[in-house]
Each structure stands twice: as C-alpha cells, then as structure tokens.
Design a protein around this ligand. Structure first.
Ligand code: EPU
Length: 474
C-alpha cells in the first residue's frame, strides 16, 4: 500500500481493458428487454450491516448468532477472513443463519490474508477487533466498488487516536497497540459510514470514554450499535451526530436479526418503475426508506406499505413489505441530491436514474457522497438515454466536490426510448442499473461481468425469473 493515508485505489473505467477482459469470458447475461417486471421477491439482511455484524462477532467471548444473512460474495469474503483468524463459522438451523464461535481467535499469515486482497472493503474494519483480541493486525489491500478514490485516511487517523501504531508496507497495513487502546475525543471530517463503524468497533473495548463527533447515523450503523449493545457495550447516540462510547473490558456474543437491505429494495422498486411493472418487495421497511419513497412518489411511482403481522393462534401472520408499481401514463422529472442519512442514499441513485430516463422533462441528480459515481451514465447514453454530466453542483447546495473538478452532477432529459446494447458492468450499483436499463430497453442486450452483481444482490437471477424477466445465460 502506498505510504500515504490518502490511499487511492486504481480506478477501473467503463469499457477499460480489464473490463473488456471480463467481457470476453462467459460471465454474460442475455436480456430480452421490454417486458414489465411483475411479481414478488424478498430481501434479507442488509449487506452493509451483515458484513459488519460478522466482524463484531470477533469481539465476543462467546458465540454469536446472526439471522437472515444473504448469500452474497461480501459475506463469503468476511466468512473467509474470520475463518483465517480462528473464528469457527457454521450454518445454523434456519436458512440464512450463521453462528460464529470466537473461542480460538488467532493470527493469520499475511499470505493467507492476502488471498482476500482487493475483494471487499470490509477487512479495514477488522483493525479494532483484532487489536483487542491479538494486540496486532494485518489488513490487506482493499477492494470494493470503483466509484472514486475511496481513501482510508479517517480510519487510520481514528486508530492512531486510540493509540494504535500503523505501518504501511507494499503488501498492506500492519497495526499494533503496544500500550493498549484508549478512549479518545475525535471528530470526523465527513460523516463516513466506514470510519464511524471503525470507531464503534474499536471504542467499545478501549479503556475509558470515546466521543465521536460528526458521526454517520445510517440505519445500518444504528443496527450495529444495537448489536454491540446486545454484546454488553455502552453506547449513547446524542443529537447532532455525536456518539459517546464507554469502553468495557469484555463483551459476549449476540443473537440478532438484521435490518433488511434497503438498497436492494430500492433497486427492485426502480426496476419496477423503469419497466412499467409491479414488484412487491417482502421485507422492505418504510422507516428506513422514507427519503426514497418520497422521491419515488414525486417521480410518479406508486407504492403501498404492508405492515408485518406477527403469527397468533389460528393466524399464520403476515410478512411486511412494500409494493411498488408504475401507474401508467408519464413519469415526472425531479431534482435530487444524494447525501448521508437521512438524505437520499448514494446507492439508490444509479437504479433510479434509469427510471428518470423515462420521465418527461429535465431531472437533476447531484451526487455529493462519491466524486466519481456517474460514469455509468455513458452506458445509458449508448442505449439512447440523454444524460449530461457536469462539474458544477447543480440543483442543490454546493458540496465538497464542486471546486475539485469532478463530474458529479447529472442532467437527465427524458423521456428517451431505450434500445438494446452490449454492456460491461463497472461496479455493483451501476451494474444493477445496467441490468434495469437492459430490462427496460426494446431488443436483446448482452450484459457482461454480471457476476459482480452477486457481491450484493442475493440470487438476483432467480429473482429476475420470479418477476417474469426474459433473461438467459448463453
Ligand atoms: N472517505 C474519506 N476517507 C475515509 C473514509 C471515507 O475521504 O477514510 C470519504 C469517501 O471517499 C466518500 C465518503 O467519505 O467520499 C463516504 O464514504 P463512507 O466511508 O461513508 O463509505 P464506506 O463506508 O466506504 C459504505 C457502503 C457503501 C455506501 C457508503 C455510503 C459498505 C461496505 N459500503 O461505504 O456501499 O455507498 O457507505 O453510504 O458499507 C455499496 O453497497 O455498493 C456501497 C458502495
């Protein structure tokens, strides 16, 4: 890893040589578009909570049990890393249940750990728990989606504040805590989700009190706090993004059913709208999706929330969810800005933009979380969409990218008739948007690199089949 905290990952462009290499493999889905998606699917535990919950199991002195874990690649990566560190991970009795036994936490060799290099960003969150359990940690080169530089400077700064030493080598990060970890007062320059989780997972067992200001407060973070609290942690969430953690000397295992994946739910909702279909997403929760639902309604989509009803004698109960549909007629253009919670999630942006290509007028999307998350619009334009990207902060408050030469605002002129194309998936959420565009377009598209979608969408091909999509592997 380079010798700067402002570590920049290589950026893979749409249509770049390595993307085309992927394209030459058989990792391709043939999509016969133009059919509305109709039917019902279910979402399980949120990818961006489940992976962190798995890391938290390292902190316990007894086994933890996590339900509703989706079968996605990120879960496999964390499972592999936990296994390397001596955590026994087994499947529980219920489908989607995992049991973690951290009785024999041990060091793993850098070679073994490096097998997971580049596959996910979660390894960075092993720092605090491994420092607590072993006194040292090795973190491989990170992966994750290529949607901007994605530095880890906040993480490393926080770890140093706790008293860790960080040595960067070409193979990764070596951390140690010769004098233990101690509570600290710390303000994040930006409410980063990952850095907030880093602080939580480190502070819970650090000696003394930690006060984190400008923390992220996404529902996935609140759910992680619930897990840590179940384990014996003392964490107060104050107003104004301040989180106070009182360190405790030991934590025990947890049993937890995670919040459902609100990104996956919104992705299927956007797919329903873009294909003029009707999709019920079981498990989707209104409270975590309020901002998305407001925009969905403004665009002209309809939805209905069904509350869960617990089973009683003589009544099997009912699983809650949200039904999303296109009511017919034209969609409306909107202006939206992505933001930290409770704003419009950056991960909702790409799927929704496909539906916005079908709205009459000019829609504006100002991306304020990642500086390079609009590259995928080129592929939509190759299918007939009319999307221009700008360096200016359009349609909202000036953000930190406005003066830094990043094309981070998009103007979408619609409606545009989308036609089929050959597409190469650049990253997870953009990949799903390519898929939606191919489903909405007239004709047969070939979507290359679709396996990337398995990083975050469980069984997406089976779900597409359940929704009546005409897709096939050649
Ligand atoms: N940032 C820094 N320095 C840091 C950390 C973050 O400058 O040390 C910047 C980032 O470059 C970015 C902003 O802060 O511009 C926000 O990044 P954040 O740390 O919040 O993102 P993350 O924790 O790496 C998680 C999700 C993302 C999601 C973001 C925002 C996981 C595994 N990933 O990433 O999800 O977009 O929060 O909500 O939880 C996805 O699921 O496809 C995905 C990318």
């Amino acid at each position: 890893m380079p010798g700067s905290d402002d570590y920049r990952e290589p950026h893979h462009q749409h249509g770049s040589t390595d993307a085309l290499e992927v394209a030459l493999t058989d990792d391709v889905l043939v999509v016969h578009g133009g059919t509305p998606l109709e039917g019902r699917i279910r979402v399980r535990g949120a990818k961006n909570l489940v992976s962190k919950a798995m890391v938290a199991a390292l902190l316990g002195d007894s086994p933890s049990r996590l339900f509703d874990v989706p079968k996605i690649r990120d879960v496999e990566v964390v499972r592999g890393l936990l296994g390397l560190h001596g955590v026994k991970v087994t499947d529980g009795a219920e489908d989607g249940e995992l049991v973690f036994d951290p009785a024999n936490v041990e060091s793993a060799s850098t070679d073994q750990i490096n097998v997971h290099a580049g596959s996910s960003r979660i390894p960075i969150l092993f720092c605090g728990p491994l420092l607590h359990r072993l006194g040292h940690a090795f973190i491989p080169d990170l992966g994750g989606c290529h949607i901007g530089p994605r530095p880890i400077d906040f993480h490393l700064q926080a770890l140093r504040e706790f008293g860790a030493t960080v040595e960067k080598t070409p193979e990764g990060l070596h951390l140690s805590a010769p004098n233990g970890l101690h509570g600290t007062k710390f303000a994040l320059p930006y409410p980063s989700v990952g850095a907030t989780e880093q602080v939580l997972l480190t502070a819970v067992m650090a000696e003394g009190v930690t006060e984190l200001r400008n923390a992220a407060v996404e529902p996935e973070i609140i759910d992680l706090i619930c897990i840590l609290q179940k384990m014996g942690a003392i964490i107060k969430v104050h107003t104004d993004r301040v989180i106070e953690i009182q360190g405790v000397p030991k934590l025990h295992g947890y049993t937890h059913r995670p919040i459902p994946d609100r990104i996956e739910a919104a992705s299927w909702a956007a797919a329903a709208l873009a294909t003029r279909g009707h999709v019920e997403v079981l498990g989707a929760q209104q409270a975590d999706m309020m901002t998305f639902l407001n925009i969905f309604r403004s665009v002209g989509g309809e939805y209905e929330v069904t509350d869960a009803r617990p089973p009683k004698l003589g009544d099997a109960g009912q699983e809650g969810g949200i039904r999303f549909w296109h009511p017919g007629g034209e969609l409306n253009a909107v202006a939206l800005e992505t933001d930290v919670h409770p704003g419009f999630m950056t991960d909702w942006q790409q799927p929704l933009v496909v539906a916005l290509t079908q709205a009459r007028g000019l829609s504006i999307v100002h991306e304020t979380v990642y500086e390079q998350r609009l590259g995928y619009t080129e592929a939509l334009n190759s299918m007939g969409a009319n999307i221009q990207v700008y360096r200016d902060c359009l349609g909202g408050t000036p953000c930190r990218f406005g003066r830094r030469n990043f094309k981070h605002s998009a103007v979408i002129a619609g409606p545009s008739k989308l036609h089929a194309a050959d597409l190469v998936i650049p990253d997870l959420r953009a990949g799903f948007s390519h898929l939606i565009a191919a489903l909405a377009a007239e004709g047969t598209s070939r979507v290359y690199g679709v396996d990337l979608i398995n990083r975050g969408y469980e069984d997406f091909e089976a779900k597409l089949a359940d929704l009546g999509a005409h897709v096939e592997r050649p």
